[in-house]
Design a protein around this ligand. Structure first.
Ligand code: NAD
Length: 290
């Protein structure tokens, strides 16, 4: 694993072994070299041999990102609190698992990350009117979805700066750009993530590091399928009606986004072709925010 967590740097082996430019530790003599402009073919985007950390990579969107990046030859570290599921995805994509609870932010403060690509994806949701919102639940969402991304970016930048190349990709949401009632913590965290991403872009530009947000509408993941089933039960309506009348009411295209569609955008943002894209936020929402 390319994470050099204070308690373990055993995973650093891979970082040195496969010869990818992104695998040199800060301070290595050759660490100032930039990643090659292209990889193994015209469509590879220079991704082959690079190393990516995907948080929340054990399921949903994160697993889709892990698969898409691995298909381009990226070595993927699947970081998730669900160690068994992370190990399964890591095995499938030929990467490695990092079982980590990202709510334990104290442990992230001394972390050093040796990766070329950081995908801040892990997220949770709590729905409640503000006056009844559990303060602990609010703090949990802000910690996982804003503070942890900050600490991971902080841990990754020294290595990226040393090699003059890096990609920070933050999985935001349409809720990073628009609000919905009863989602105060989620909307606040995602709006905060948008700001963090832009500041990272401004600071990273001179060092070959880009930072962008991806803003999906409702994506077909276990999280959303559970919400559809819950709402169908609560309102006594068919799941299809929950989709058309509630979740997709503002969509121009009346279907859920597929995880692989989001992952394809993430892969493009990670590639050389997107070198001039930074500080941006890319919606993929079937027209929800139009
Ligand atoms: N599904 C959607 O419709 C949708 C839409 C827009 C944005 N997003 C965003 O995409 C991201 C992924 O969402 P998803 O739908 O794939 O969710 P998901 O619930 O399917 O997957 C989230 C993953 O994060 C992991 N995770 C949760 N808490 C963690 C913690 N404390 N430490 C480490 N890992 C933790 C979970 O174990 C899980 O594997 C989130 O940031 C979410 O806000 C999702």
């Amino acid at each position: 694993m390319s994470v050099n967590a204070p308690e373990s740097n055993a995973s650093g082996n891979n970082a040195r072994d496969n010869g990818a430019p992104g695998n040199k530790a800060p301070g290595d003599e050759s660490a100032g070299e930039k990643a090659p402009a292209s990889g193994t073919g015209p469509l590879s985007g220079g991704l082959a041999g690079q190393r990516a950390l995907v948080t929340g990579g054990a399921g949903g969107l994160g697993a889709a990102c892990a698969r898409a990046l691995a298909a381009q030859g990226v070595h993927v570290i699947v970081a998730d609190r669900d160690g068994a599921a992370a190990a399964a995805v890591a095995k499938e994509v030929g990467g490695e698992a990092w079982e980590v609870d990202l709510l334990d932010t104290a442990a992230l403060e001394s972390l050093k990350l040796e990766v070329d690509i950081l995908i801040n994806n892990a997220g949770i949701q709590t729905i409640s009117p503000i006056q009844e919102f559990d303060p602990a639940a609010f703090r949990r969402i802000i910690t996982l979805m804003l503070e942890a991304p900050f600490l991971l970016i902080r841990a990754a930048l020294p290595h990226m700066y040393a090699q003059n190349h890096g990609r920070i990709i933050n999985i935001s949401s349409i809720h990073g750009l628009r609000a919905s009632a009863f989602k105060s913590a989620y909307v606040s965290a995602k709006h905060g993530l948008e700001g963090l991403s832009k500041v990272t872009a401004l600071e990273g530009g001179a060092h070959g590091v880009t930072s962008n947000c991806v803003n999906p509408g409702y994506v077909r993941t276990p999280l959303v399928e559970g919400q559809i089933a819950d709402q169908a039960r609560t309102h006594g309506i068919a799941p299809e009606q929950v989709l058309s009348d509630v979740m997709l009411a503002r969509n121009a295209i009346k279907r859920l986004v597929e995880p692989a569609e989001v992952a394809s955008l993430v892969t493009w943002l990670a590639a050389d072709q997107a070198a001039m894209v930074t500080g941006a936020s890319y919606t993929m929402d079937g027209g929800w925010t139009a």
